[in-house]
Every structure is written in structure tokens, then in C-alpha cells.
Design a protein around this ligand. Structure first.
Ligand code: ADP
Ligand code: MG
Length: 604
């Protein structure tokens, strides 16, 4: 279930990200050292002004001045070179960190349960990978080395000011406290809006994605204007949040600069007074004033970078929230293994812990009193019982929304049941490792899904070890071969965008070929032939018999011709099995099945 988005503290966020910094810690330390040295060089350069004025300019020592200027030049040049290298390293480190973050995010999202995707907008998920990752990247790229340098400059300048003149420093410290106060409170306020901005960007992306996918429907129902209006609402939300975020954060700069100027003005007055009264020498005042300026530069820079920094934190928090979503849990310990039996034949079976013998893989599926609802307060399936013996054909019929697809979702453990038990070859499916459970099932879903790649690759998805020849055999069995060969590139035709360049029926044929190639003993067909014409379906049926041979098959079909031969037909209504039996038994009962059959409701 989706956890509520909690506002984490900035430090907690940085702390949680620190594991990504760790592999690069030596480079990061180097960045800190290099940019620290640049900071120190700046401080030393400013300090040199004191001897330059007091020892060379005032006494008129030209050759001394020349040497001092040379030293100054060398120092500043070193500073520039060090900054250059620290920036170069930081670019590499940032990309390495972002690479890891993106990889972990993908891995995590890929392992989230289906219930997460049911309740989350796809565009929003995309936004984590693009927009939110980008903000973190920008923040890292610019803020890290700058912060190290700023820190050294602020602390170093403060120390130097302290060394130069204690009373004046007292006032500077007050001003620094004021700056920190402004940055802290302002940052806190604007971070809230930065987070909103990221959230609304996600919503907007989701909306755009839906618009693109729904183009045909949108056009045919002339929803363009209405859609544009909805877009305007989302766009406006984003505009307001972004305006607020930047308004807050851009107030900060001028406020901090003003404090810096107040500090400077005060120092000129008080310092000037001290010099006139011989309490301070001119060189010290000049150097001190340089430090006052130098000290506000990083604070200033920081306020300019704070936008990037806060946006980065907001992006990171959204990403961390995804990491907080629980992945599909898998406590299953039973695995599929192959072993040699007494006659030295390879057999595949379930390896049950504490049991020496493998349980043979047969494809027997049983439901005991299964209750299920997608949301805990709305029951969809009620006390489902069924027993599919190996090799049997089980058909589910019932009107739309009766719960046919839902039953299929449970065998795969796409969702976990609330009560009852489902077993596979007598083993509770909760005990079986999900990967192995799913390996022992092949499936053609109601909504087929094809990946970007060639037709061969798409069929081979069902069994990665299949040869090109086996792919062709599977395609022939599922009657897909003839249309594939008619395509200009044949089996090498590239599919894009979920197979947009094929008809719905052709896509279903490929999905069936994909299931045919898998060696799993249980085959699940959810309206797999709903978009295939009757003639092709007839041809397919012959091939399918070969595919189905020796397999336990669960079939949901909207044509009765496909259902008629099933060993067992379950008639579902509102999530309950209302009738069960074979075709003739059910017709004789003159109940719901008879009604569906004679009403030709299944025979569209
Ligand atoms: N992912 C889901 N989240 C919540 N409810 C769902 C989901 N999928 C289906 N349902 C609900 O479950 C019920 C059964 O749906 P389904 O099993 O898909 O029916 P069908 O028999 O047409 O295949 C429907 O009332 C539907 O609204
Ligand atoms: Mg369905």
C-alpha cells in the first residue's frame, strides 16, 4: 500500500543518500581537499594585503611590492587550477552516483507489487527517473564542491578576522548568525513548494502520457478542448507551486546581501574610527574589509545555489519515498530443480526444504475456499474451490467483471489472497519462490504486451533458450507463421510501442506463440483469442491442441466453441462459482450456463 508522503528533514535525506557517496568517498575527499585549498588560497591572498600595504606600499618598497605581487599571482593561479580539477572530478563522481541511484530505483520499481502500479500513474513513475533524478544531479554537480569551498572560506575568513581584530569580528559574527537564520527559515519554507513543484511535474507528465496513449479515443470523442482545459488546471498548479518556490528562495539572496552590506558599512565606520585614533593600522583594516567581502561571497553564492540544492533535496525525497514502498515479498523456499532419476532421465521437480525427494512437476492446481479483494474492504472472490488435475482443461465463463481474470491473477501470485489456500502440485504457492512458480506457468493475458525488439525476440521471451528453429515451430503451432512470413522483414520485423504496427489479432497470435514455446506444464489463456477472427481461430485450435497437450490449461474465452471441449467449466457470477460441470451437464442443468449459451451471450 502507498505510504503517505512524509516530510523528511533535510539531514535525514542527505544521510539516507550517503550510501551512494560511499563508493566514491576517496574522490569526494579529494574534491573537498582541492576546493578547500582553493578556499585557503583565497584567504591567504586576502591576508597578504596587510603586509603589502604596511610593509611595501606605505614605506615605498617597490622591489618588495613586485615580489609580493608575484607570490599573489602564483597563489591565485594555483587556486584556479585546483578548482578546475575539483570540478572535473565532481562531474565524474556525480554521474557515478546518479548511475547507481537510477539503477537501484529501476530495480526497486521493477520489484514493486502490482497493487502499487494499480494505484500509481505511469507518468508519475517516469517522472522519478527523469525529472527527480535530474534535480539531484544538478544539485550534486554544482553544490558539492561549491559548498566545500564556501565552508572553508567562511570558517577561514572568520578565523582570520578574529586574528586581525577581535572587536570588529564580534559584529561580523552577529551578521553571520542573521544570515544563517534567514537561509534556514526561508529554505524550510521554500522546500515545501519545491516538493510540490516536483509532485505537480509528475502529475503533468502522467497527464501527457495518457493524452498520447489515448489519442484515438480523444479524437473520436472530440475531447481535445476538455483535455486542454484539464491540462490547464494541472499546468496552473505547477505554475503556482514553482512560482512560490522560486519567490521564496529568491527573497533570500537580497536579504543576505543586505546583511553583508550592513556588516561592511559598519566595519568601514568602526574600523575607520579605530585607524584615525591609532587603534588599528591601515593594512589590517584593508585586509579585514577584504575578508568581510570575501566572507559574504560564499554565503551569497550559497543563496543562489539554494534553488538547485532545495530542488535536489525535494527530488531526492520523492525518490526515497519510492524506496520506502515495500517490494513484492517472497518468503518462498521451494524451488524448481532438475535432477536425474533412477533411469538416468532428467526430471524437473520441486525442491522442498527438509524433504529429500523432489516433488515431480506435474501442473496440478487446487483452490481451497479462496477469498480475495484488490482492496481489503471490497471482496471480489468468495470461497472459490477448484481442482485442476494435470492435463485437464478448465474453462471459466461468466459475464464481464465476474472475476475470471482475478482468479488467474491469483495463480500467478500477482496478488496475495486474503483467506483460503492455493496449491501447485500439492504445495502451498506461498511456499514456492515466486520466480519458480511463474516459471512453471505460461500465460497469455487479456491485454497482450510486446516489447521493443524483433518478432523472434518477442516470441523467445517465453523461453530464452529457444533456438530460431523452435521459435518458428511455436509460431507455426500458434498459426502466427503465415502472417509473420508475409511481413517485409519476416521474423526480423522490429516491433515498436507495444506492437503498434500489428493488428490486435496478430499481437494475440504472437502472445500465444510466446506461451507455446515455454515448457511450463500449466498454460493460462485469458481471452487469448478474443481479437482473432473465427476462421483463424479454427485453424489455431488445431495447433493449440498440440500446444495444450499434456498441459493443465485454464482458459477464459468469450466464444463458447473454445469452452465446449473443456473437462470442467466453472460458471462465475459476482465472484462466486455458481455452476460447475462439463458442457453437457451444464446444459442439462438449464441454469446460468444454459442462459448464457442459449442467449448467445458468449457467442458474439
Ligand atoms: N487492479 C484492480 N484493482 C481493483 N479492482 C479490480 C482490479 N482489477 C479488476 N478489479 C475488479 O474486480 C472485479 C472482477 O474483475 P475481473 O476479474 O477482471 O473480471 P472479468 O471476469 O471480466 O475478467 C471487477 O469488479 C473489477 O472492477
Ligand atoms: Mg477479464
Amino acid at each position: 500500500m502507498t505510504k503517505s508522503i512524509k516530510t523528511q528533514s533535510m539531514f535525514a535525506t542527505i544521510n539516507r543518500l550517503s550510501k551512494y557517496f560511499r563508493p566514491n568517498k576517496y574522490l569526494l575527499i579529494l574534491v573537498v581537499i582541492l576546493s578547500g585549498i582553493s578556499g585557503l588560497v583565497g584567504i591567504a591572498g586576502s591576508y597578504l594585503l596587510r603586509p603589502i600595504i604596511n610593509n611595501y606600499i606605505l614605506p615605498g618598497d617597490v622591489s618588495g611590492l613586485r615580489k609580493a605581487v608575484l607570490v599573489l599571482a602564483v597563489m591565485y593561479l594555483t587556486g584556479v587550477v585546483f578548482t578546475f580539477f575539483s570540478n572535473q572530478i565532481m562531474v565524474k563522481v556525480t554521474q557515478a552516483i546518479i548511475y547507481d541511484l537510477r539503477k537501484d530505483l529501476f530495480n526497486h520499481v521493477d520489484g514493486l507489487p502490482l497493487s502499487y502500479f494499480d494505484s500509481t500513474n505511469d507518468g508519475n513513475v517516469m517522472s522519478y527517473f527523469t525529472n527527480d533524478i535530474d534535480t539531484v544531479e544538478n544539485a550534486l554537480n554544482t553544490c558539492f564542491s561549491l559548498m566545500a569551498q564556501s565552508f572553508i572560506t567562511v570558517v577561514g575568513s572568520a578565523v582570520m578576522m578574529f586574528v586581525l581584530n577581535i572587536p570588529l569580528t564580534f559584529f561580523t559574527v552577529l551578521c553571520l548568525a542573521a544570515m544563517v537564520f534567514i537561509i534556514y527559515y526561508n529554505g524550510k519554507a521554500s522546500k515545501v513548494y519545491f516538493k510540490k513543484r516536483q509532485k505537480f511535474t509528475g502529475t503533468l507528465n502522467g497527464f501527457i502520457k495518457e493524452m498520447m496513449e489515448g489519442q484515438k479515443v480523444e479524437k473520436v470523442f472530440c475531447r481535445e478542448t476538455a483535455n486542454l482545459n484539464s491540462f490547464r488546471v494541472h499546468n496552473n498548479e505547477l505554475r503556482i507551486a514553482a512560482t512560490n518556490a522560486f519567490t521564496y528562495s529568491s527573497i533570500m539572496g537580497p536579504m543576505v546581501v543586505s546583511v553583508g552590506f550592513i556588516n561592511y558599512t559598519f566595519t568601514v565606520c568602526a574600523g575607520g574610527f579605530m585607524v584615525i585614533n591609532n587603534m588599528l593600522d591601515l593594512g589590517t583594516l584593508a585586509a579585514y574589509l577584504l575578508f568581510v567581502r570575501q566572507f559574504s561571497v560564499p554565503v551569497n553564492q550559497f543563496t543562489q545555489q539554494i534553488n538547485l540544492f532545495l530542488a535536489g533535496i525535494a527530488g531526492a525525497e520523492r525518490i526515497l519515498n519510492v524506496f520506502d514502498q515495500e517490494r513484492e515479498s517472497d518468503q518462498g523456499k521451494v524451488t524448481l530443480t532438475s535432477a536425474r532419476d533412477n533411469e538416468n532421465k532428467t526430471m524437473v521437480g520441486w525442491n522442498v526444504p527438509d524433504q529429500t525427494k523432489l516433488v515431480p512437476l506435474k501442473g496440478e492446481v487446487e483452490f481451497y475456499q479462496v477469498d480475495f479483494g484488490y482492496e481489503s474492504d471490497r471482496k471480489i472472490l468468495n470461497k472459490i474451490n477448484l481442482h485442476a488435475m494435470p492435463g485437464q482443461k478448465i474453462a471459466f465463463v461468466g459475464s464481464t467483471g465476474a472475476g475470471k481474470t482475478t482468479i488467474i491473477n491469483l495463480i500467478n501470485r500477482f496478488y496475495d489472497i486474503q483467506a483460503g489456500k492455493i496449491t501447485y502440485d500439492g504445495i502451498d504457492i506461498k511456499e514456492i519462490k515466486k520466480k519458480d512458480l511463474r516459471n512453471s506457468l505460461s500465460l497469455v493475458l487479456q491485454d497482450t504486451h510486446l516489447f521493443t525488439g524483433t518478432i523472434t525476440e518477442n516470441i523467445r521471451y517465453g523461453n530464452l533458450e529457444a533456438t530460431d528453429e523452435e521459435v518458428k515451430v511455436a509460431a507455426k503451432l500458434s498459426n502466427a507463421d503465415s502472417f509473420i512470413r508475409r511481413l517485409p522483414m519476416g521474423y526480423e520485423t522490429m516491433l515498436h510501442n507495444d506492437g503498434d504496427n500489428l493488428s490486435l489479432g496478430q499481437r494475440q497470435l504472437l502472445a500465444i506463440a510466446r506461451a507455446a514455446i515455454s515448457g511450463a506444464p500449466v498454460l493460462i489463456l485469458d481471452e487469448a483469442t478474443s481479437s482473432i477472427d473465427t476462421r483463424t481461430e479454427k485453424l489455431l485450435e488445431d495447433g493449440m491442441d498440440a500446444v495444450m497437450e499434456n498441459k493443465t490449461v485454464f482458459v477464459i474465452a468469450h466464444r463458447l466453441s473454445t469452452v465446449r471441449n473443456a473437462d470442467l467449466i466453472l460458471v462465475l457470477d459476482h465472484g462466486e462459482v455458481v455452476e460447475r460441470g462439463n458442457h453437457h451437464e451444464l446444459l442439462d442443468q438449464k441454469g446460468r450456463y444454459y442462459e448464457l449459451y442459449t442467449g448467445a451471450k458468449l457467442l458474439q
